[in-house]
Design a protein around this ligand. Structure first.
Ligand code: SF4
Ligand code: SF4
Ligand code: SF4
Length: 195
């Protein structure tokens, strides 16, 4: 059998990017399974279905994990903001891995229900505890693929913003150095001119 790739494994994962597998996201977990022989029972949002699919792909026996996964599997969830209590701090937007929250500073925020994967990362981020978790719909392959796209787009955007910030800081620092050198030259000139 040809070697299984991280992409093939990632294709079976629910793409909530919740981090419960302790690998920081779905693709890092997929890479850990392939390159570090991480166990296949670490994804509670995927539940038994994902566990069995991973076992089939990797030609492994999942039977010893089934009971444990039935216990720890996470049901599909959906975040819902109690909008009248929202103070518009934007903290939830900053942590939502799939850009499923709309809002701007000092404005009420709202969850785009069709995009929310129920990852729960916004819950601890909210300083006024105004986000509830309610029952969500099962994550279909279509929804997982859309979540992956949104996650990857967000990562690209964040990297671009960081790069721009870093370029600005470098330019600022160069400009400060140039000013400092120019001031030193001016001071030296002024000293020479003195009788
Ligand atoms: S959905 Fe599963 S694989 Fe993806 S980050 Fe969460 S626990 Fe890890
Ligand atoms: S709205 Fe909250 S629960 Fe839903 S995807 Fe974003 S961070 Fe996760
Ligand atoms: S973290 Fe809470 S208070 Fe802040 S914008 Fe989000 S929902 Fe509103």
């Amino acid at each position: 059998m040809s070697k299984v790739t991280p992409e093939q494994i990632d294709d079976l994962l629910p793409q909530t990017q919740c981090g419960l597998c302790t690998h920081g996201g779905c693709m890092p977990y997929a890479e850990a399974i392939v390159f570090e022989k991480a166990p296949i029972n670490l994804c509670p949002p995927g539940g038994v279905e994902t566990l069995v699919a991973l076992a089939q792909l990797l030609n492994e026996d999942a039977s010893s994990f089934i009971d444990e996964m039935q216990q720890k599997a996470k049901p599909p969830l959906l975040a819902a903001i109690r909008e009248h209590e929202c103070i518009g701090c934007t903290k939830c937007i900053q942590v939502c891995p799939v850009d499923a929250i709309l809002g701007s500073a000092k404005q009420m925020h709202t969850v785009i229900a069709s995009e929310c994967t129920g990852c729960e990362l916004c819950i601890p981020a909210c300083p006024v505890d105004c986000i509830d978790l309610i029952k969500g719909l099962p994550i279909t392959r279509e929804k997982a693929n859309a979540a992956r796209t949104r996650f990857n787009n967000r990562e690209k955007r964040i990297k671009k913003e960081r790069d721009i910030k870093s370029i600005r800081l470098t330019q600022q620092s160069l400009s400060q150095k140039r000013n400092y050198i120019q001031e030193a030259i001016e001071r030296a000139k002024a000293r020479k001119i003195k009788p």
